[in-house]
Design a protein around this ligand. Structure first.
Ligand SMILES: C[S@@+](CC[C@H](N)C(=O)[O-])C[C@H]1O[C@@H](n2cnc3c(N)ncnc32)[C@H](O)[C@@H]1O
Length: 468
């Protein structure tokens, strides 16, 4: 049974549970079938989209019985847009599936003795919780099956999100429940303005078109940054668009633009031009100010970032005389957040601009016991670096989804700091690293935190202590 299963319909499968990365699991003749966009408890017919020797993947084409845990999705774009894929599952269950993912990954991959995983810290806001969204302009709007079947003519320009796995197709977004404040108004009125004024939307195949991308960042203090990326250096059109935003939205505190003539939308290597206001926005946490520039990383759910940092701080258990390393420090948020409880905090991060922000953030807050360095972690954290700095008493590490490079893990084993606080957005790679660290460290506490309601993503903090 393998490729020949493709397109076969498997009838009346009961969806049993959620596995890693939010995939729902059923069984057919003893073999695992991963099914998308369903909920545990559903009974469905599944059309196989991929047949491998050890598992199959498929999509539900008919639902015979709906799970009692289903709720009505609140967003009109649900099912088309790749965003909030778990809207059909009630929030309490989303939380329990997320916690279960952590348990599964640690049991399957880490295979080290571990305490019971703590109850997950849920998010008070399950809508409008993001402080950053990235929209794309396209002249190739995604049409739903219903729209195609209606044989009507539709506007083909769109401003919204990429369809999953389709780089060139954009779903036009009317209302997005992820970001509050002025986000929906700015996006929708800019679309109307552009269409009314004949300003072209980007063509991703031909790489032409004036309007390319729109980024909106907001803070809990009411500031907002709007960045427009243009795909052509059309001075008149640029001025029209920016003047429109400036006149219509006086609340924008940082109005920026980029002329991006490259093949992709990433702009870390592009000049960001200030049209009006500051070239940054400022977030606040426990009276600390964090300056966020257009290229800086900042956790996208500010309220839950605070919960996460409080957990990391509590696990670090600082008394005032410790040297702390904050690895993958980004803009130094965690480092600056714990600085007043430590003797010294050393932050290391790949992106130079983020390190500049980290230093600035320390300065803005009058923090004098932090040091920040830019570079690849596996090259930075070496014997010479340790010889030139104090050895760490506590290491806080918050790597990207891929987890830590093996050289970094080996260096942590060599350093043998009494405590490691490991923050991760990917429990699978975290569990892999914890397995390696298990040579010297015991797992003391495992605390999942929900940063992204309505999605399968889960953040997890682990406290590791050096074995006697
Ligand atoms: C999950 S973010 C953590 C940010 C920060 N702790 C915070 O809460 O704002 C991971 C960070 O690791 C950085 N990074 C990724 N790969 C790296 C590497 N090889 N060496 C150093 N830093 C890296 C990224 O630029 C990013 O800022």
């Amino acid at each position: 049974m393998s490729r020949k299963m493709k397109n076969k319909v498997l009838e009346n499968l009961t969806i049993e549970r959620i596995a890693s990365e939010g995939k729902s699991v059923a069984h057919y003749e003893g073999k695992v079938v991963f099914v998308s966009n369903v909920a545990p408890g559903d009974v469905v017919d599944v059309r196989v989209t991929k047949g491998k020797s050890s598992f199959m993947e498929g999509e539900a084409i008919k639902i015979h019985e709906y799970s009692k845990d289903r709720v009505e999705p609140f967003c009109e774009h649900f099912g088309v847009c790749g965003g909030c894929k778990w809207q059909h599952i009630n929030y309490e269950l989303q939380l329990s599936y997320k916690r279960q993912q952590v348990i599964d990954q640690f049991q399957r991959i880490a295979k080290v003795p571990m305490p019971e995983v703590m109850p997950i810290i849920g998010s008070e806001n399950t809508r409008y919780y993001r402080n950053k969204l990235d929209f794309t302009f396209s002249n190739n709007r995604w049409l739903t099956r219903q729209e195609i079947d209606s044989a009507k003519e539709f506007e083909r320009n769109a401003l919204g999100f990429h369809i999953p796995k389709r780089f060139d197709k954009i779903v036009d977004i009317e209302h997005c429940y992820l970001q509050g404040n002025i986000s929906n108004d700015v996006r929708n009125s800019l679309r109307v303005f552009a269409l009314a004024n004949g300003i072209t939307f980007f063509d991703m195949i031909k790489q032409v078109g004036v309007l390319r991308n729109l980024i909106i960042r907001t803070t809990s203090t009411g500031e907002s940054m709007v960045i427009v990326q243009f795909g052509e250096d059309d001075k008149d059109a640029v001025e029209k668009v920016m003047a429109f935003l400036y006149d219509t939205f006086p609340q924008i505190t940082s109005l920026l633009y980029i002329i991006n003539l490259k093949k992709n939308e990433t702009f870390s290597d592009q000049e960001v031009i200030t049209y009006a206001g500051q070239d940054y926005i400022e977030e606040e946490m426990e009276g600390l100010k964090f300056r966020i520039g257009p290229k800086s990383f900042y956790q996208t759910n500010s309220d839950q970032a605070y919960q996460l940092y409080k957990v990391a701080r509590e696990f670090a258990g600082l008394k005032g005389d410790e040297v702390v390393y904050d690895l993958y420090t980004g803009t130094g948020t965690i480092a600056n957040f714990v600085a007043k409880l430590a003797k010294e905090v050393i932050g290391i991060e790949y992106v130079e601009a983020a390190i500049e922000d980290a230093k600035l953030n320390a300065q803005v807050n009058g923090i004098e016991n932090t040091l920040f360095y830019a570079g690849d972690m596996k090259d930075m954290l070496n014997d010479e670096f340790i010889a030139n700095h104090s050895a760490p008493d506590v290491i806080i590490t918050d790597p990207p989804r891929a987890g830590m490079h093996e050289d970094v893990v080996n260096m942590l084993l060599k350093l043998a700091a009494p405590k490691i606080v490991y923050v991760s957005c990917n429990p699978a790679t975290q569990a892999r690293d914890v397995a390696l660290l298990g040579e010297k460290y015991a797992v003391d506490i495992i605390q999942p935190v929900d940063m992204f309601p309505q999605t399968y993503h889960v953040e997890n903090v682990v406290l590791l202590t050096l074995k006697p």
